[in-house]
Design a protein around this ligand. Structure first.
Ligand code: SF4
Length: 459
């Protein structure tokens, strides 16, 4: 896609053997959730911690892994900041890592500073940890977080008694439990469990805290959940296609989203296309879904350069565009003279899809029709997925008032975007079609990117 930015991935393990290699491997399987920073903390008689700027697979040294002793520990990958962070406190030695975003962070930091707290960097994880550490024990601290913090957090905590997995009462960010004979794991995505040959047990429920230790997996706290608000963007883009989030396989969700686009095209009589193709990698599931529902042949039209970094991790727009160009090159034989439907997950600024359309036409494509799984992005995320601002959202320039109320408004945006990017047509899934494709109640999802409604404000 697109230029949205993921947030973070968390991993926690309680094992009967030294755990550092398992954490290292687990982080590798969560790397798509954040590539700028990585960190591991383990526990034997005290906490050992190492963080790096860079990817897990290439940053940790053999010396790091030898230093990180102990049978239980936590790990983190991020685009934003170094985690975990560790403290000695009245609740014991703890290390904390989280995925999400705290909306009222500034207020909480101001308030806590006035009570004598010092902040190292003002990271949101510091807020969570300090609320825990000023409480009489960890569970009381987690309850206090649910009262004071507005936002999204899936959190792992390393302590003497084991590792905790905590999901906020709305369940914005995923958190799932796995096990085998020797290991218990709680992490952001099931792909880490599957690839470590572990059984996937279940998702942590919104508002639930689990403790992993010699007693197994214990649900130690169940806070009331005002409503669910699972991030809908996880299924369309953020999560890996081999994961299962809250009972729904990401691959299946993407097939259904692509299928919904195909059905709309058929209903509107737009089905004279030669091939359907993905923008790799994010558009593959959507394009396959389109192909399955339409019967139009699936064909790769871009060659993916596996040695180029993911484009949205680059900090400037120019750097992102150069990287996007390095990342995908056109396969001319596949496109010459063809009427192509090209599928992707979403459009943020529109500059990258514009490049793709231009490249395909330059390579001889007869027509290029763009199909986008998500509805037009109209609002920035408040819950930890993106830094995009209103100014960066292409569709917002056409409809400054915000969310799309009618099909006519959606069609007007589609025509305008098609004109902007030089495509023969553009279609998005409407919010209604998107929700129907996921097959979940609308009230179980966060759709704030598209409808502007903060789930935390509706209860
Ligand atoms: S605003 Fe969008 S990206 Fe953020 S949590 Fe909600 S659906 Fe996900």
């Amino acid at each position: 896609m697109a230029s949205a930015r993921d947030n973070c991935g968390v991993f926690a393990i309680y094992s009967q053997r030294p755990c550092v290699w398992d954490i290292f491997n687990g982080l590798d399987f969560l790397q798509h959730r954040g590539q700028e920073y990585c960190g591991i903390a383990t526990y034997d008689d005290h906490i050992h911690q190492v963080t790096h700027h860079g990817r897990a697979g290439t940053s940790f040294t053999i010396q790091d892994l030898e230093y990180l002793r102990g049978n239980w520990g936590i790990g983190h990958v991020s685009l934003w900041e170094r985690q975990p962070m560790s403290w000695q406190s009245q609740v014991g030695d703890i290390s904390v890592a989280f995925s999400g975003n705290i909306i009222n962070a500034e207020d909480l930091i101001r308030e806590m500073k006035s009570c004598g707290h010092a902040f190292y960097r003002g990271y949101h994880v510091e807020i969570l940890a300090k609320i825990i550490m000023e409480s009489k024990d960890i569970l009381t601290g987690i309850e206090a977080i649910s009262r004071r913090v507005r936002g999204a957090y899936s959190m792992v905590i390393l302590a003497k008694e084991g590792v905790y997995g905590v999901r906020d009462p709305y369940g914005f960010r995923p958190l799932i439990i796995g096990r085998d004979k020797e290991r218990l794991v709680c992490c952001s995505e099931s792909r880490a469990l599957q690839n470590m040959d572990m059984e996937v047990v279940r998702d942590v429920a919104p508002g639930e805290t689990v403790l992993l230790n010699d007693n197994g997996v214990t649900s130690v706290l169940r806070l009331p959940s005002p409503r669910k608000a699972h991030c809908a963007f996880e299924w369309a883009y953020t999560a890996s296609i081999d994961s299962r989030i809250d009972g729904l396989y990401v691959q299946e969700a993407r097939h259904r989203l692509g299928g919904a686009l195909a059905r709309r095209d058929r209903e509107e009589g737009n089905d004279r296309f030669d091939i359907v193709a993905p923008v790799p990698m994010s558009g593959i599931g959507h394009a396959l879904g389109y192909h399955r529902a339409s019967g139009i042949p699936y064909q790769e039209v871009f060659l993916y350069n596996r040695y180029a970094d993911r484009s949205y991790t680059q900090s400037s727009q120019t750097a992102r565009e150069k990287m996007a160009k390095r990342k995908l090159s056109v396969l001319p034989f596949a496109v010459e003279g063809k009427r192509i439907v090209i599928c992707d997950d979403s459009i943020v600024r529109g500059t990258q899809i514009l490049t793709k359309v231009r490249d395909l036409k330059a390579a001889g494509a007869r027509e290029v029709h763009v199909r986008i799984a998500c509805p037009p992005l109209m609002y920035p995320c408040d819950f930890g997925v993106s830094t995009r601002s209103y100014e960066e959202l292409a569709a917002r320039h056409f409809l400054p008032k915000g969310d799309i109320k009618t099909m006519e408004e959606l069609q007007a945006i589609e025509a305008w975007i098609a004109d902007q990017i030089g495509a023969d047509s553009v279609r998005y899934n409407s919010v209604e079609a998107f929700v129907a494709a996921l097959g979940m109640p609308r009230t179980d999802l966060c759709l704030k990117c598209w409808d502007g409604v903060r789930p935390t404000d509706t209860t």
